[in-house]
Design a protein around this ligand. Structure first.
Ligand SMILES: Cc1cc2nc3c(=O)[nH]c(=O)nc-3n(C[C@H](O)[C@H](O)[C@H](O)COP(=O)(O)OP(=O)(O)OC[C@H]3O[C@@H](n4cnc5c(N)ncnc54)[C@H](O)[C@@H]3O)c2cc1C
Length: 428
């Protein structure tokens, strides 16, 4: 008997809405589609398919939202980790047109879902990109022009004098406010989406790690105690997939990133720190991101450190970053500190594709996945239903393996992170 795996001790697990513990898979099950992984990608896909009348079975190693989806910063950040200008330069106008046409859709899907299924997840509008340097300001001006070109008209540039309206910190010289961005309680979002899926007849098996996928006209997905036979399989294990499918593992790198949440702050202090109650990310390569929770904690994340799991060590990493931004929080206690893995790709663009005819996957949002995973769910479902133009726009992007193989890619990336850390520090 495998050990039961529960959510990590985070602020999100502490404030999660009630959700049932779903029994593991036992015996044989038939489904139209078997989804591996119950994070945003898996649950979003399953829900789109269930809405279209498909019989869906989801297999999850641990609990719904156990991975990055239930631990992240909760920031609804639009577009992709590499933007349309890079896509246009590297892959041409048509790719940029197609991907640009979907760049703001993930946030809309989230809002539609929250409204349709009445999901309680503390959803708020407004995402601030904050500039430390003149170079960052120029980048934000370019981002604004680019996003407007692709139809985004809810953007506001803020100068240094206007910054205090957004953030009570002297660290910034300006910002871009994206009103289509925002923030939410990500674990409660995915739990709400899972409940919506079940209300439409979808079945989720928790504590059911998939051990093997056997391709075929009807593929077999095997766990220790059972098997799902399905016409289609969707692989949505992202940074936690391990070596289940080696062809997917070599093209992504799981990266750890850490988050802390303070004790609840007096409401007046919380309102002073972030008067617009927006979420904020800075423009550094190794960026800091933060926001308030519904109970007025400051939730602060940043950086990429491998293997930092101990809450004390995480607090020592992140607290100095928080105090640099908000020195007035010196005496405030940190109540939660946790880590999670996101999946990095060499191009920093997400990877979606097919293995054979009927095994689909999407992974590698490179730390920028709350919106993309919701879009991925829709385009994966479209492709399974036979309309694959939008899915193929992603599938056509080349996926490069990381240099250095299994042995050297982590040290190489650590070196890369160190280099980018220097660039952030000295504004190169
Ligand atoms: C700490 C942190 C902060 C972040 N902050 C933000 C943010 O603020 N904004 C943003 O846009 N993005 C953020 N991200 C990235 C974002 O969270 C991810 O891109 C997104 O949640 C990925 O969703 P997913 O469903 O693809 O993967 P996951 O949520 O990781 O889900 C994968 C699931 O698959 C399961 N699984 C894996 N292998 C198997 C198997 N063999 N059998 C069965 N199940 C399996 C896992 O248990 C897991 O539950 C952050 C990530 C982290 C880690």
């Amino acid at each position: 008997m495998n050990q039961t795996i529960e959510h990590v001790a985070s602020y999100y697990a502490h404030s999660a809405n009630a959700a049932p513990a779903r029994p593991p898979l036992a015996g044989s099950v038939r489904a139209d589609v078997c989804v591996i992984g119950a994070g945003f990608t898996g649950i979003s896909t399953a829900l789109h398919l269930a809405e279209a009348g498909y019989k869906v079975a989801v297999l999850e190693s641990a609990r719904v939202g156990w991975g990055a989806s239930g631990r992240n910063g909760g920031q609804i950040v639009n577009s992709y980790s590499r933007d349309m200008d890079v896509i246009e330069r590297r892959h041409g106008r048509e790719a940029a047109r197609l991907l640009g046409g979907m760049a703001f859709e993930g946030g809309r899907i989230i809002r539609e879902r929250v409204e349709r299924y009445r999901i309680q997840c503390d959803l708020k509008d407004g995402n601030v990109f904050a500039a430390h340097t003149a170079k960052h300001l120029a980048e934000l001006r370019a981002k604004e022009a680019l996003w407007r070109r692709f139809g985004h008209d809810a953007l506001e540039r803020v100068d240094q004098a206007g910054m205090r309206r957004l953030v009570d910190s002297d660290q910034y010289c300006g910002a871009l406010l994206d009103r289509w961005g925002g923030h939410l309680h990500p674990l409660n979002l995915v739990l709400g989406e899972a409940a919506a899926l079940e209300s439409l007849g979808g079945v989720i098996y928790e504590q059911s790690p998939v051990r093997e996928v056997v391709p075929g006209a009807a593929a077999m997905v095997n766990t220790d105690a059972g098997q799902v036979r399905a016409d289609f399989v969707v692989v949505a294990g992202n940074a936690y997939l391990g070596d289940l499918i080696p062809a997917l593992a070599e093209k992504t790198l799981p990266c750890g990133t850490q988050v802390i949440a303070t004790e609840p702050l007096p409401e007046a202090l919380a309102r002073t720190l972030l008067p617009g109650d927006n979420c904020v990310e800075d423009c550094n390569y190794l960026l800091d991101y933060y926001r308030l929770t519904a109970d007025h904690r400051l939730l602060y994340g940043g950086g990429t450190v491998y293997g930092a799991r101990d809450p004390g060590a995480i607090e020592r990493l992140i607290r100095p970053k928080m105090l640099k931004t908000f020195p007035m929080l010196e005496r405030v206690k940190v109540e939660f500190a946790w880590t999670g893995n996101f999946s990095l790709t060499l191009s920093r663009l997400p990877q979606a594709g097919r293995l054979g005819d009927n095994i689909y996957y999407s992974q590698g949002c490179s730390g920028h996945g709350v919106t993309y995973t919701h879009l991925a769910g829709r385009i994966l479902a479209e492709a399974i239903r036979g309309q694959s133009e939008r899915f193929d726009a992603f599938a056509k992007l080349p996926h490069y393996p990381f240099p250095g193989g299994q042995l050297f890619r982590v040290p190489l990336l650590t070196l890369g992170a160190w280099w980018y850390g220097l660039r952030d520090r000295f504004g190169w």
